[in-house]
Ligand binder design. Structure first.
Ligand SMILES: [Cu+2]
Length: 189
């Protein structure tokens, strides 16, 4: 070895690349890190608690009850409901006028909400909704009735229309190629 090589080796600390790097990640948290982690954790707790607070006082949650149901059985019930209360058919859509206060069915399927429901203002109905194929999303605006519709599950919600008019239903869960044309209608007289 020359004189120069010796000098160079002494300058650089010897490094064995097979050893792990210094364990800096086990160092104590700095004050800033600790402060922000505390703020983030407290904020998480506030939001988590907020879910239950809004459930109680916010009137933002739809009081939907859920039950298991066989999709084929549900389909049969919807067909029977439509056959019993159908008043007319317009552009292939079945328009159904169930008696006030009764159970009304709404079936979600690719790519349709059936039937069109004709309800009376001020009367209370139990709306029974399910899907007979894939997951859909029921969105009735502007009354903000909005929940997931799943095959095998029956969602039941009491509704009392307080305004007359036509209320479109859209599917807000992507369900296939015809998703964008999947609309339905509730008519309130
Ligand atoms: Cu859809």
């Amino acid at each position: 070895m020359s004189q120069q090589d010796h000098a160079h080796a002494a300058d650089e600390p010897e490094r064995n690349t097979m050893l792990p790097p210094p364990r800096r990640w086990l160092a104590r948290l700095g004050p800033d890190e600790r402060r922000w982690l505390t703020i983030a954790f407290v904020w998480c707790l506030i939001l988590f608690t907020g879910m239950y607070v809004w459930l109680a006082i916010g009137e933002q949650q739809n009081p939907v009850e859920s039950y298991r149901i066989d999709p084929v059985a549900f389909s049969t019930e919807v067909d029977a409901f439509i056959a019993e209360h159908k008043i007319e058919e317009r552009d292939g859509a079945e328009i159904v006028a169930p008696p006030p206060g009764s159970d009304v069915y709404l079936q979600a399927r690719q790519f349709q909400w059936r039937p069109v429901l004709q309800l009376e203002r001020g009367e209370t109905y139990r709306l029974l909704v399910s899907s007979t194929d894939v997951q859909h999303g029921l969105s009735l605006q502007p009354v903000n009735l909005n929940f997931q519709v799943l095959p095998g599950y029956l969602s039941v919600i009491e509704i009392t229309p307080d305004e007359t008019g036509e209320f479109p239903i859209v599917c807000n869960e992507f369900c296939g190629l015809g998703h964008h044309v999947m609309t339905g209608l509730v008519v309130v007289d």
